[in-house]
Design a binder for this molecule. Sequence first.
Ligand SMILES: Nc1ncnc2c1ncn2[C@@H]1O[C@H](COP(=O)(O)OP(=O)(O)OP(=O)(O)O)[C@@H](O)[C@H]1O
Length: 612
Amino acid sequence: MQPADGFAYDGGPLNGGAPAGSRLSQYLGVNRQAGSSFGSSVGLHINAPPFIPKQHKQQIVQQSFSQLSINEGGNSNFTPPPAFQPRQQPQAPPSQNFERYQPENRGGTMYFWQPPMGEAGEGGHEQEHYEEEPELQQIPEGHVIVNTSGMFAYHSPLPVPHVGKFRPKGALGNGQTQFISAELKMELLNRQLAMDAKADVLAHPGIPQQVEHLTNLVPLENVSVTNLSQTTYKASSIRDGVTYCIRRIHGCRVQPGKQTAPAESWKKLVHGNVVQLREIIPNTRDFDDISLIFVYDYYPLAETLKAKHFDSRTGTFLDSMTGIKLTSTMSSTPLVGTGIPESTLWSYVIQISAALRAIHANGLAARSIDLNKILIYSNNKILLSFCGIADVINSEPIHSSIHQYQQDDLQAFGCVLVALATGKPHGSRRDLLMASMNIISQNYSLDMKNLISCLLTNSTNNRKSINDIMPMIGARFYSYMENMQQRNDCLEAELCRELENGRLFRLLCKLNTVLERAEHNGDENWSETGDRFMLKLFRDYVFHQVTDQGKPWLDMAHIIQCLNKLDAGTSEKIEMVSRDGNIQVILEYSQLKRCVEKAFRDLQTSNVIARH
Ligand SMILES: Nc1ncnc2c1ncn2[C@@H]1O[C@H](COP(=O)(O)OP(=O)(O)OP(=O)(O)O)[C@@H](O)[C@H]1O
């Protein structure tokens, strides 16, 4: 709004300041002494977004929503929107009784202003608003101070800046938005869909409705094949609502106690590269026999090394109810008949050896090191699955042979590496081994060849340990760590964006719960008066800006920035105008924040369910 429109920026007619001796002039005086930029009409330096000069408009409109990040146009380089243009629209006048905003009419314009502390008037009403607020701090340039209802505050230029170097170059790289990347979003959505998938009961009549506390069983492999001795499902527990992966051992009666004891050690083993065993359910009759059930953590869209590197249908989960094929977006194309890149192979070596190291150190042996039992999840994370099954279903005591089983683990590890390096699942077979080792020496480093040879050598006199291969990994471990850290940083940055969205979403929920409410506590004008009226003006200021030609001004950066400042309760002032143009208010975000909190608290006190 320009002065020519009949309004002065400092809230008064151009020909003078506040009337001498008026309460408004007193207020302005106090604020000047306190160092506020909110002053009289002469030499005005208001700390609210100034009106947009016409020549700037073109430049701002050209920015697209998707190119604006949450910290673009931060405090230091904020490009202001045009002032809100009042529309000649009839509107109920606000109540004269704004709880702590003092009305004053200047030149036909009604101003509302807040008297300084101490002058609050009746019953220390203002004190009630202020006591819960943290002290306003000096905000560094380009930072936002955010006080969350989680009772902590942080200063942050968002999103995390140090991940900039990992972003792709070009248009996409610059288009850093306030939302998580499309690829990660797709991956997470697909995993969620896989998690929620249901089985078609007509297609799988043999699957029970419920097995103990587990329901919604969905086969993870083709269970209609006859003579299977073990089958895998996903199922959700009615105890905790969590989805698990269950392995059914058909026709297996066990003696609970002694025979199931090894499972207790596995339940205690927690490692990032081992699928955790949660429970075993012995002797269930829910299938058409007596079955033993192992309950493991479920990793949606996890695939076996065999499926990933040797099958053509990689990373696909078929939802038999909907017929939808869900594919991990992070899954690469299979390499049939060729070895995998050496860097990937080393990453597998590091992860499998880390898992075996933990397993062996706990006096256990995996006994399931196989292309079919090692899972790949997300971005090349290795998981050893179905550990502990062999210990329970084979009745001989494992302690006497544990060292041998550990040696077997290492040899099986070597066989898996040969298969991955040669692209031949049976490359480690006695008759193929020589040719396979030749292929490995030609295509991989000497260290890789030595490591595989070491794992495959089976000597009763000279027992190997998983720790023996650590020196062969050497400095590659650091490269792996660095990649992990980079990925971690990127994911943290993605999370940061969603965190901000979540925070703003909560704020919007609060605002919308208050705004335009039909009545509250019998007061039909509740949402039109007092603090709530200020919020209504703020809503127009944030969302309903128009250009001076009356066209909608759509600027996501403005919206996000205003909401961020409101959430942070900054000391910046903004000028808000009612739709009929009769009321002009200049308020700090910190005051608006108090309005939101107070209005929402009012609702909460009379509400039965309120979680925020
Ligand atoms: N913990 C888990 N979370 C998610 N999916 C899993 C989990 N464990 C196994 N799977 C998936 O279950 C599917 C079936 O696994 P399973 O080991 O039965 O494979 P398989 O190739 O049929 O082997 P087998 O012939 O021994 O049954 C595989 O696609 C695997 O990705």
